[in-house]
Design a protein around this ligand. Structure first.
Ligand SMILES: Nc1ncnc2c1ncn2[C@@H]1O[C@H](COP(=O)(O)OP(=O)(O)OP(=O)(O)O)[C@@H](O)[C@H]1O
Ligand SMILES: [Mg+2]
Length: 237
């Protein structure tokens, strides 16, 4: 119901019902209406993140099992976030290795994982930095998931994450006590979702970072699901 209410508020603004009001030609009122729209969108994002986490924790997340061309997913996501990178004056590059196999997994969940990692990298990297999305094939023998896998890395040249914080940033609501974090909005939910979704897909999530020298988050996902992907409300029973 809350999602319904906030979605309604956002749509109400988007439809121009508010902005079409002659009173909203006045700059200050237009600005205020715009701020309400931005805040409503942020609120909707937080509510959706909280619901996603609650669903995962309750074992009620439906997983799809479909053929996924991960190279296409990477290219499409980069197109999606490129305007954000441009706005923050960041170089955004995609490096796709050779012979990346088609995977059988849930493309939507992978998009959600990578979108959260890319939006963090773009958000926390100061202007003139670089954000890179790369993917490569991993043979079964060297795979942390004991089977053929694809490793996808989101790396940036931002402030990095101190060693003492590298576990805690994956906890819900945990944000670094740093100027750059305070300068940007966020509830501290994105990485908790990334962690939970990666586990759900049978993958491994690692972070390499040295403060002052950027951060690299890597998700290793099996090419085939580890066991028949559970679906529906009885998935965990
Ligand atoms: N690429 C990064 N570089 C530096 N710090 C990072 C990076 N990614 C995450 N962090 C730190 O980890 C914290 C947790 O990240 P997380 O994505 O969970 O939350 P958020 O981005 O602050 O909020 P939300 O994702 O809910 O909008 C961030 O607040 C930030 O302090
Ligand atoms: Mg985030």
């Amino acid at each position: 119901r809350v999602v319904f209410a906030v979605t309604g508020a956002v749509a109400f603004h988007q439809d121009g019902l508010v902005l079409a009001d002659p009173g909203f030609k006045e700059p200050r009122r237009r600005r205020h209406a715009g701020n309400i729209l931005i805040s409503s969108r942020m609120l909707l994002g937080i509510i959706n993140d909280l619901l996603d986490l609650a669903r995962i924790e309750a074992g009620r997340t439906d997983l799809r099992s479909e053929k996924v061309a991960i190279t296409d997913v990477c290219e499409t996501l980069c197109q999606l976030v490129r305007p954000l990178a441009d706005k923050n004056q960041l170089e955004l590059a995609v490096h796709l290795g050779e012979n990346i196999p088609v995977m059988v997994t849930d493309a939507g969940k992978i998009r959600q994982i990578l979108y959260n990692l890319l939006s963090n990298a773009i958000k926390f990297t100061p202007p003139n930095g670089q954000v890179t999305l790369s993917a490569r094939k991993i043979q079964a023998e060297e795979s942390p998931v004991q089977r053929e896998a694809v490793a996808i890395t989101v790396a940036d040249t931002g402030p990095g994450i101190p060693a003492a914080e590298q576990q805690r940033i994956f906890e819900k609501f945990h944000r670094l006590d740093s100027t750059i974090t305070r300068e940007h909005g966020g509830a501290g939910l994105g990485l908790a979702i990334v962690r939970d979704l990666t586990n759900l897909l049978g993958g491994r999530l690692t972070l390499e970072s040295e403060p002052g020298h950027g951060a690299a988050f890597t998700v290793v996902l099996p090419v085939e699901p580890p066991e028949p992907i559970p679906t529906g409300p009885d998935a965990r029973t």
